[in-house]
Structures are given as structure tokens and as C-alpha cells.
Design a protein around this ligand. Structure first.
Ligand code: IDP
Ligand code: MG
Length: 150
């Protein structure tokens, strides 16, 4: 069982696509372990995207992530990291495959609606960055034998 950090970025909230995007993860069978709406400050955005700090788009990216509220969530399930990344699609919305979240709703490389952790290791540090341990829950959905198999 894995956990991954998902951000519904400010463009997703502004465009009222939160329920659509969250619904795709839920319908896949991933389950919520944590969920909140918050305004990210510059320090949080810079830490979240620290790996990109030398890239030319970094200032614009930090500005974007702090430009409005973000929905942060933790999803749990078998192979949650790669499953979520596949649902999200390629970084550039204009090139992302139809059927993926970005392929269906994004046209921009920066304003691409959603973040998903790219490895189990990064998921753990990103979850710790956005959530306190007591904000995380774990439960067994009643339909788990039907979704995951036994
Ligand atoms: P990912 O979100 O698909 O993992 P990354 O390469 O990790 O993509 O980039 C992090 C975020 O930075 C992207 O989701 C996007 O918002 C932004 N970004 C990536 N490449 C560019 C670019 O070339 N110009 C502007 N923004 C970019
Ligand atoms: Mg990335």
C-alpha cells in the first residue's frame, strides 16, 4: 500500500474543477487519507518545488502556486504514486494524452491543474511538507475486496 501527495493547484480551484479532478482519483479506487484547502505561502511553494529552483520558470512557478488557494490531499492505494501520475498525464497540457486529467482539461505547461509525487520517497517528504502527522487518517473502505481484490 502506498501514499502519494496530490495538489489541486490554484488554476484547478479557480476553474472549479476540484470535484472533477478529485472524482477521477476516487473513481479509480484510490482513497483519501487527508484533504485540505489552503493558501500556500512563498516558503512552502519554494520548498515544494525546490528541485526546480535553478530552472528559468521557477519564479513564475512559485508565483503561480501562491496565487490562490490550493487543495492538498493524500491518496492511498496499491501503487498510488504511479497510478496517480498516469491519471494526471504529461506535464504539458497541450501534449498530454486525451483521457488524462491534463489531456482533458489543460493547455498550458505551467497551469496544468494538478501535482502528483513522482516517487514513493518524494511522496513521503512532500506529505510531511504539506501535512502534520495527525492530519493523516487510514481506513479500509467497505468495497476494498471488490476494488483491490483479495
Ligand atoms: P510534473 O508536475 O509533471 O512532475 P515537473 O517537470 O516536475 O512536472 O515540473 C513541475 C511543475 O513546474 C509543472 O507541473 C508545471 O506546473 C511547471 N513547469 C514545468 N516545466 C515548465 C516550463 O517549461 N515552463 C513553465 N512551467 C513549467
Ligand atoms: Mg514533478
Amino acid at each position: 500500500m502506498e501514499r502519494t501527495l496530490i495538489l489541486l493547484k490554484p488554476d484547478c480551484v479557480q476553474r472549479r474543477l476540484v470535484s472533477e479532478v478529485l472524482g477521477r482519483f476516487e473513481r479509480k479506487g484510490l482513497r483519501l487519507a487527508a484533504l485540505k484547502l489552503l493558501q500556500a505561502d512563498k516558503a512552502l511553494a519554494e520548498r515544494h518545488y525546490a528541485v526546480h529552483r535553478e530552472r528559468p520558470f521557477f519564479p513564475s512557478l512559485v508565483q503561480f502556486l501562491t496565487s490562490g488557494p490550493t487543495v492538498a490531499l493524500v491518496l492511498e492505494g496499491p501503487n498510488a504514486v504511479v497510478v496517480a501520475r498516469n491519471l494526471i498525464g504529461a506535464t504539458d497540457g497541450a501534449k498530454a494524452a486525451p483521457g488524462t486529467i491534463r489531456g482533458d482539461f489543460a493547455l498550458s505547461v505551467q497551469n496544468n491543474l494538478v501535482h502528483g509525487s513522482d516517487s514513493v520517497e518524494n511522496a513521503q517528504s512532500e506529505i510531511a511538507l504539506w501535512f502534520k502527522p495527525e492530519e493523516l487518517t487510514s481506513f479500509q473502505p467497505v468495497d476494498a475486496p471488490w476494488v483491490v481484490g483479495s
